[in-house]
Design a binder for this molecule. Structure first.
Ligand code: NAG
Ligand code: NAG
Ligand code: NAG
Ligand code: NAG
Ligand code: NAG
Ligand code: NAG
Ligand code: NAG
Ligand code: NAG
Length: 736
């Protein structure tokens, strides 16, 4: 799996520290960058409290002999309190024991995890819009930077940035913002000078930014493939790019610095398509920390679930105040056909941008080496393939790579076999297709059946996929590894074969031999799904600027299109509430609202001390009775981990706020499940005014469930116009 995903993003991941030329780090070998998280900023005037002076003082206290200025990597002081510093293990332990410190954790490297997709989810170009409000919405994106000259970011017809905007454009002289791309910052001060720019050389940030809020650009395609109009969800909205990722990946200290700035700069929505390799408790999870302080300021954070699926419990985004997004397919599948010499046509999942090859001899990589073992040669490693044996031929490879080996050896094309699910398409450096094992075996048996095997590889084409939407195999699955009683992912959105803007400076496969430079490119990943949800949230916000982040999220979850469980065996652990439906989300009827105090009670319930929570929130906290579970948060979905073989009966308390018709009556229905009794009390609720709240209790009861059971049903509140649907998921344990 890892192979494919690294390949999808083409990010070389090696330690960022290796490239840093920092005197403090160089001073002692065992120094590493740690994040010191100190919670909310104290409510004091700057004459009374200076965060940076406080950070320096803490460092002076623990550092002996070295210069604190070099050891302090970042001070977080605009939206929350804390710093990143190069520390020894002993020093970080000392700091962790200090008054005012919530947590100290080592910095890790994060991985970077379009547009028929909008039409597919029922969001056509012609939707009703609030153009004035839309042009006031600022979407902040934490990613690999942006290509400002892309047509998707042209500011033709745009007025000046909204008055609330306090951000900047950090230019290197060769990078300009405009009234569409209103801000850009970068954070890699420790890297070589040529990287001191918000400019995107990876392509990832340009792609995600144009998916959220790119303006409409007509007639784009990738060499004629996936032709159509590219557009973001909110083409009039403004974009602010926070470049936190480079070729080396993305670091905790940069991500936190970007949150610190974006919140203070005045963004309305955040879109973050990157994630760590591990999951952490909330107080040591950079994304959870940043998104918490964003939520306090009314900013919703959309975050990609991760690309570590389909194994269970592979989610990297778990905090209840973030919007966790899975990736699913759209009805356009991009395929590349291979035609064998005896006339058999086989479909593969590759985006072959090259014209059809001639019919040429076909050879197994394993038979094309005079120096390597047949296993190595079968993988088509560059140094193994024998130029004389493969020149002008199509090579069959047992493993997936960019195609550099066959290309260097002079092959005409390659057919690669991939053991992983073939449900998204990849781009290679030479004419290629990618087959599943069954189809790969067909080619091998054809090669074995004839003296002169031949084949040709056709140019890629789009075909209709009537099974969509289905969650992609790579999309990370639940259950939630941190809070077992909180359903994640929250929602799914298109993330397979998405075309969007791309920097023409990066070749398609980022290999040296690849000379294809394009302005629009096709990519797959939860990274591509996340900006769809950020854009949908921005769209909903233009109709309801006063709604809280939780209300917007609830609206998108309870109106989501139900996914087909028989095509997604991991059910809600794959897709959450379903596929986003932005048009419906504008008028959800009821919302499950949640405020900062509710999240504070949640932190109490899952075991944080009053003192820790007071630091995090900057508020006086009284936890009261703690329940030990996240289940009581007023969340738009319900999830419960129960003990196998034991009967159970548990309550969820929920409350809904009327945002539909002032006078209305909603009735509850729950789809029947023989293994589960679900009762709703009361099962009819009436409202006499807008914004009125009503509470109810959902009781789920059953006899002992076998181990590794997952049951799911849903609660729908309906007034005959609105159907407010919440998934209910019960499970015993998972086969991890
Ligand atoms: C992430 O984890 C996988 C599997 O444990 C490992 O192979 C990979 O190198 C890790 N990546 C990073 C950036 O640590
Ligand atoms: C590919 O085929 C098209 C249509 O036949 C032709 O116009 C184009 O020049 C060809 N491209 C290359 C690179 O050969
Ligand atoms: C090609 O490789 C296969 C398996 O790797 C082997 O069985 C076969 O004998 C080889 N054929 C030739 C002509 O070398
Ligand atoms: C081509 O050869 C393969 C392998 O021998 C065989 O399975 C297939 O049926 C043949 N196709 C045609 C059209 O004869
Ligand atoms: C769900 O998928 C199954 C299996 O592919 C299919 O038979 C069924 O018709 C689908 N249901 C809907 C509502 O599309
Ligand atoms: C806490 O629980 C105790 C015993 O169950 C109960 O008497 C008390 O009222 C509860 N306090 C609050 C604030 O709910
Ligand atoms: C549950 O019951 C089954 C069948 O009686 C048994 O094999 C299994 O070990 C039990 N599991 C637990 C966790 O009690
Ligand atoms: C669960 O809710 C029902 C009302 O629907 C109530 O009668 C019961 O006491 C509650 N159980 C617990 C454990 O709170």
């Amino acid at each position: 799996m890892a192979n494919i995903h690294n390949f999808l993003f083409l990010i070389a991941l090696f330690s960022i520290l290796a490239n840093i030329i920092n005197p403090c780090l160089a001073f002692q070998e065992d120094r590493k960058v740690y994040i010191v998280y100190m919670g909310a900023l104290p409510n004091l005037h700057e004459d009374q409290y200076s965060p940076q002076a406080h950070h320096n003082k803490i460092l002076q206290n623990v550092l002996q002999g070295s210069v604190p200025a070099d050891c302090l990597v970042h001070s977080y002081k605009r939206s929350f309190n804390g710093f990143a510093a190069a520390l020894t293990n002993e020093e970080q332990q000392k700091i962790a024991r200090m008054e005012g410190v919530v947590s100290v954790f080592p910095s890790t490297i994060y991985e970077l995890h379009t547009t028929r997709s909008w039409d597919f989810i029922g969001f056509p170009e012609t939707v009703k819009r609030m153009p004035v409000k839309e042009s006031d919405v600022i979407v902040g994106i934490l990613d690999s930077g942006v290509w400002p000259e892309s047509e998707s970011f042209s500011d033709e017809g745009f007025g000046p940035p909204p008055k609330k905007w306090k951000g900047v454009c950090q230019t290197d002289g060769n990078f300009n913002c405009n009234n569409k791309l209103i801000g850009a910052r970068y954070y890699e001060q420790l890297l070589p000078k040529e990287e001191h720019t918000p400019r995107d050389v990876l392509g990832h940030g340009t792609h995600t930014a144009s998916t959220v809020a790119g303006r409409e650009v007509k007639g784009v395609s990738l060499f004629g493939i996936a032709e159509g109009n590219a557009r973001g969800a909110v083409p009039s909205a403004r974009i602010a790019m926070y470049k936190v990722c480079t070729l080396n990946g993305c670091s905790d200290e940069s991500i936190l610095a970007a949150f610190d700035d974006a919140i203070a700069d005045g963004v309305d929505i955040l879109s973050i398509s990157l994630g760590p390799n591990l999951t952490f408790k909330y107080s040591e999870d950079t994304l959870a920390i940043g998104a918490f302080h964003a939520m306090v300021k009314g900013i919703l954070t959309s975050h990609s679930a991760g690309n570590s699926g389909p194994q269970p419990q592979t989610l990297k985004s778990v905090a209840p105040w973030t919007f966790t997004v899975a990736a699913s397919s759209i009805d356009r599948e991009i395929v590349t056909k291979v035609v064998t010499g005896n006339g058999t046509t086989i479909l593969g999942r590759a985006i072959n941008t090259f014209n059809s090859t001639e019919t040429v001899p076909l050879i197994l990589g394993a038979n094309a080496s005079s120096t390597c073992s047949s296993a190595e040669a079968g993988s088509c490693l560059a140094h193994c393939l024998d130029e004389q044996l493969v020149k002008g031929k199509i090579v069959f490879c047992d493993t997936v790579d960019t195609g550099g080996g066959p290309l260097l050896a002079g092959a005409m094309g390659q057919i690669v076999e991939d053991a992983d699910a073939n449900d998204h398409s990849s781009i290679f450096a030479l004419p290629s297709t990618r087959l599943d094992l069954g189809n790969g075996d067909k080619i091998k048996s054809y090669i074995g059946s004839t003296k002169e095997p031949q084949a040709k590889i056709l140019k890629a084409e789009s075909i209709l996929d009537l099974k969509a939407p289905v969650v992609a195999s790579f999309s990370s699955r639940g259950p939630n590894p941190v809070s077992p009683d909180l359903l994640k992912p929250d929602i799914t959105a298109p993330g397979v074969d998405i075309i969007a803007a791309f920097p023409p400076a990066a070749s398609l496969t980022r290999t040296k031999q690849d000379k294809r430079f394009v302005k629009y490119n096709i990519k797959s990943g939860t990274s591509m799904a996340c900006p769809h949800v950020a854009g949908a949230a921005a769209y909903v916000k233009t109709f309801h600027p006063e709604w809280s982040p939780a209300a917007i999220k609830s609206a998108l979850m309870t109106t989501a299109f139900p996914m087909n469980a028989s095509r997604n065996p991991e059910v809600e652990f794959a897709y959450g509430a379903g596929q986003i439906d932005p048009l419906k989300a504008v008028d959800p009827g009821l919302v499950y609202d949640t405020q900062e105090d509710d999240y504070i009670q949640l932190l109490c319930n899952v075991g944080y001390s009053e003192k820790e929570i007071e630091l995090i929130s900057g508020k006086k906290v009284a936890c009261g009775n703690v329940t030990g579970t996240a289940r009581h948060l007023n969340y738009p979905s319900m999830q419960l981990l129960v003990e196998a073989n034991k009967s159970f009966s548990n309550n969820f308390t929920r409350s809904v706020t009327n945002v539909g018709s002032p006078i209305s009556t909603y009735k509850a229905t729950v789809s029947e499940d023989p293994q589960l009794q679900v009762t709703i009390n009361p099962n009819v609720i009436s409202f006499k005014s807008l914004n009125e709240k009503q509470s109810f209790i959902v009781t789920v009861a059953g006899k002992g469930l076998p181990v590794t059971s997952v049951l799911s049903t849903s609660l729908v509140w309906s007034d005959g116009v609105h159907n407010v649907r919440s998934p209910i998921v019960l499970y015993t344990s998972i086969n991890a």
